[in-house]
Design a protein around this ligand. Structure first.
Ligand SMILES: O=C(O)CCC(=O)C(=O)O
Length: 277
């Protein structure tokens, strides 16, 4: 018996490559997380900024709590089973009336994992819709192989390499409209992207990228993970990360540095340039 998802939602994930929307927390709680986020952005600008946006769940306890949120993890368990680790997280912020966008891509391309079959929840901390630049998915595209991606390093493209899959027909896209506190879940091989934020408010999405079962291994860099639920991974030469006891816990802030260096090596392997995110 699934814990959170319906049979139909599980089928939709497998058939179309995504599920949306799923309520995780109330709008009020999402606003409270947004307020905490903006407080730490002001207080620790070196730790959290547009270039330092990965693995913030290691620096900030309120984001660690979201990564362990029961509704999110129950939904993931419905898809991948009871033994769950988190590989990384990314805070995707598009500023009001900005040109930042995300080109068509498949997450699994550069993640260094030996499978493409893993789910990513994306939690809206502000409204995510056509005006603010929500994610758009090409339904069913996860059934095909990983496509050729061209690295563009385009200035306003907020993907690491500005990698893009050319010639995607946007008219086939499905826009994932989310209210604050709702999430979508997408498959590691689905083709997706997002347009600029034309509104006068920030568009903030926390991408838990991704939850993996023990059968999926890191094969490009070191395997460094956060244990979430069930049996702990026992990977030889792997590192299990700790959880922050409070914001800017020095133990996990230091672990974040190690995880970031490793992630950067993996994401930019073979690239001509390396950006700071
Ligand atoms: O936040 C966005 O617009 C894109 C996020 C994304 O590509 C992802 O979470 O995989």
């Amino acid at each position: 018996m699934p814990k959170v998802l319906t049979k139909k939602q599980i089928e939709q994930y497998h058939d179309e490559g995504f599920i949306s929307p799923i309520r995780v927390i109330s709008e009020k709680d999402a606003l409270s997380i947004k307020i905490q986020l903006e407080e730490v952005e002001a207080q620790y600008p070196e730790e959290i900024n547009s270039e330092s946006r990965n693995n913030l769940h290691l620096s900030f306890a309120f984001l660690d709590a979201l990564a362990h949120n029961t509704t999110i993890v129950d939904a993931i368990e419905d898809l991948i089973g009871p033994d769950i680790a988190l590989w990384a997280s990314v805070m995707f912020i598009k500023e009001p009336s900005s040109k930042q966008y995300v080109s068509w891509h498949q997450d699994a391309t550069y993640m260094g994992l030996d499978s493409f079959d893993f789910p990513t929840p994306w939690i809206a901390l502000s409204p995510s819709n056509i005006e603010t630049g929500c994610m758009t998915m090409i339904a069913g595209s996860h059934h095909s192989e990983i496509q050729n991606h061209e690295d563009t390093f385009a200035e306003n493209n907020i993907l690491t390499r500005g990698q893009v899959i050319p010639n995607i027909d946007r008219s086939k896209g499905v826009d994932l409209i989310l209210e604050p506190g709702e999430m979508s879940i997408h498959h590691g091989a689905i083709i997706h992207g997002s347009q600029p934020n034309k509104s006068n408010q920030r568009r903030i999405g926390f991408s838990l990228q991704s939850y993996v079962p023990p059968s999926i291994k890191q094969v490009v860099g070191k395997n460094i993970w956060t244990h979430i639920r069930g049996q702990k991974r026992k990977d030889i030469n792997g590192i299990e990360l700790s959880r922050p006891n409070y914001n800017m816990d020095p133990v996990t802030v230091e672990q974040r540095r190690v995880a970031e260096e490793n992630l950067s090596e993996i994401l930019y392997k073979g690239a001509k340039l390396k950006r700071k995110y």
